[in-house]
Design a protein around this ligand. Sequence first.
Ligand code: OFO
Length: 169
Amino acid sequence: MINEKLQEAFNDQINKELYSEYLYLAMKMYFQEHNLQGFVNWFDVQVQEEHAHAMGMINYLNDRGGKVDLRAIETPIVEGSTPLEIFEHVLRHEEFVTLRINHLIDVAEEVRDRAAIGLLDWYIKEQVEEEATVGGVLATLRLIGEDKKALLMLDKDLAARTFTPPVIG
Ligand code: OFO
């Protein structure tokens, strides 16, 4: 059986992962409205990744005989009205998620749940990757500035991103 405090922390994080999915879906809609189909694809992959992150935690609670408590997902608010501002928001959001995963690790360590620590090790590495990927797009957007042609070239690049279901744990 899983410790109750850790179960609560997992349930809270499941909600945050589902919120991330919802937030990126809202951002995908922004790019859909602006007809930047490569960005649409990039966020579509992001949505699927966040869903997989939530499912990884749901499956873990199930495997440990825990109780999954699905809570209301907050309305996503997309901060910013340009691709650059939106990616700044994505980075802020991922940094926040990294903090929350670190908190979850603290709880797992406090209750000495080694299996959870092993699982969360995957999540913390994933956060390093997420922040690096987002930081890369953000750096390109800063270089692009107001150059519409360059923005369309980036859009083309982002169209190549594909989703590979992650092997979590
Ligand atoms: Fe689940 O990593 Fe982004 O939020």
